[in-house]
Ligand binder design. Structure first.
Ligand code: G3I
Length: 495
């Protein structure tokens, strides 16, 4: 539902817009061939430089339907419970890797990657550890981290070194636990021990309810920023993404702010409550990951709905019989639609413009979509950013001007993006206007790392969200190109 933006609206004068002669030279359009469409989640994600993983349970590995899906669809595996502290060190200094090994050896034997979950957690501690405290607990923890990470050295692409160490108190505090009471530095001590034990694994901090920008995620953010500043070895942050029926509107922006700290981000335990929005929500999560170059992969927390820890929520991609759900189709479609920009693994990704398609343009800085304000079909209507809803007012088609540049035609109004009154000034308004193929309506599109910069052919200036706003209704204008995130747009094909 579109509501009124607080931003002041200027009255607009109807002017005729003519092509101007003084064209500004801009970078040539470099449009790659459309990426190949994968037929499985793992294959399609790999084409976007990402992995697509699943949590599996050793106890289900004799189920043919289950393993058939795992074999076919996923290229990364994580043990749902078998590599937790209670499973791997049931008695102090007596390690048991039998169920972990079943999973790891299966995955590696099939050429799949393995995530490690988890070396340190306040929950699922073995009984002997639960009542420990002080230095002896610290020693036992670091011994556990060292022994488990050493045992699996070279086999794990990313370890959840520490899991769920922040509280849900609305203040971004550390969670109280026996581990926390050994001293605030227990997390960094665990990361250092893990780095020594397996220098090749990416070391992640992993948590839930950190999926949007909120007090808890900001607490984690501040810790990661501090770790990076002080050289504590951390490589990635896991966002569990156990979601209700909707995805936080700032999900992508949250991933991006962590990525901007210099760590990879991963979606680590994705499951989404069944309901009319389930497929759409899955799609949004995939699109957000593809829009963040350091989002290296997605893991769903189980195979079929009946395998999920969320009994009755039916939150996964396959039904109890192993059939693909609508959510599965949405995920595969989103992966194949691309917008990928390299990820952390393979590089590459889709960067094509299809003049038959309809795109949503998602701003890299805000995660919001280019939008005709208030569903207007009028000449001169404002172009803003708004939370993405894929409505017609957010869909745009690239219309070739035959000279390597394009107009962007609104699906709602059939009008095109236009720099108002052929202005060449910084901050000049971008509006919609009837298509007259004027230079002020033509944009040179250059795509780098999956993000498009659009330079107006009349002014040479870039399409940007003014002031790097992240708010709904943030104004879209032209401004001198400086490669800011607010001048970069992900092209998401939606039709
Ligand atoms: O296998 C035993 C069974 O023999 C016994 O009768 C039964 C009695 O309750 O328990 C069974 O073990 C359960 C185990 O799952 C396997 O199903 C445990 O009780 C139960 O606590 C355990 O729950 C797991 C939970 O973590 C706690 O460790 C879930 O499977 C697992 O999906 C869940 O995963 C966590 C992530 O590790 C961290 N993030 C949140 C996520 C969901 O809670």
């Amino acid at each position: 539902m579109i509501t009124t933006s607080p931003r002041h609206r200027r009255a607009r004068r109807v002017v005729s817009l003519l092509t101007t002669a003084g064209l500004v030279a801009t970078a040539a359009v470099a449009l790659a061939a459309p990426a190949h469409a994968g037929t499985t989640l793992g294959q399609s994600a790999a084409e976007r430089g990402r992995y697509f993983g699943v949590a599996i349970a050793a106890g289900r590995m004799n189920d043919g339907t289950y393993m058939g899906i795992v074999d076919r669809e996923f290229d990364s595996i994580v043990a749902e419970n078998e590599m937790k502290m209670d499973a791997t060190e049931p008695n102090r200094n007596q390690f048991n890797f039998s169920n972990g090994d079943r999973i790891v050896n299966y995955a590696l034997g099939k050429g799949k990657k393995v995530r490690g979950h988890t070396l340190a957690w306040h929950a699922q501690q073995p009984g002997w550890m639960q009542n420990m405290s002080g230095q002896s607990l610290r020693d036992a923890l670091l011994n556990h981290v060292s022994r488990v990470a050493s045992y699996y050295r070279g086999k794990i692409h990313s370890w959840d070194v520490v899991n769920e160490a922040f509280a849900d108190d609305g203040r971004g505090s550390r969670r109280d636990s026996n581990l926390q009471r050994t001293g605030n530095d227990w997390i960094e001590a665990a990361f250092r021990a893990a780095r020594s034990a397996d220098p090749g694994a990416k070391l992640c901090y992993n948590d839930y309810n950190t999926d949007g920008v909120n007090a808890k995620s900001t607490g984690v953010y501040n810790m990661v920023r501090d770790f990076k500043a002080r050289g504590v070895p951390i490589d990635c942050v896991g966002f569990q993404s156990h979601l209700g029926t909707t995805v936080p509107s700032d999900y992508q922006a949250n991933l991006q702010r962590f990525a901007d700290l210099g760590v990879d981000v991963q979606i680590t335990e994705l499951d989404i409550q069944q309901g009319s929005n389930q497929a759409n929500a899955y799609r949004q999560v995939v699109q957000a990951c593809l829009a963040v170059s350091r989002c290296t992969g997605i893991t769903v927390w189980g195979v079929r709905d009946t395998d999920s820890w969320r009994t009755g929520a039916n939150p996964l991609l396959f039904d109890g019989s192993g059939n693909k759900k609508a959510a599965y189709a949405a995920v595969l479609e989103a992966l194949n639609a691309g917008g990928g920009n390299g990820g952390g693994n393979n590089g590459g990704g889709s960067s094509s413009v299809d003049t038959n398609a309809w795109y949503v343009l998602v701003n890299r800085n805000s995660g919001k979509a280019l939008d005709v304000y208030n569903l207007s079909t009028a000449d001169g209507a404002d172009i803003v950013q708004w939370s993405r809803n894929n409505g017609n007012q957010q869909q745009w088609q690239f219309v070739s001007s035959g000279n390597g540049s394009y107009r962007l035609k609104s699906r709602l109004s059939s009008k095109v993006l236009d720099v108002y009154a052929k202005s060449t000034a910084n901050g000049a308004e971008v509006v919609q206007w009837p298509d007259n193929n004027g230079a002020n309506q033509q944009w040179n599109v250059s795509i780098s790392n999956g993000y498009a910069t659009l330079l107006n052919r009349n002014s040479g200036k870039a399409l940007e969200v003014q002031g790097a706003s992240t708010a709904d209704g943030g104004n879209v204008v032209q401004y001198s190109a400086w490669n800011g995130a607010n001048q970069q747009w992900q092209l998401v094909k939606v039709g």
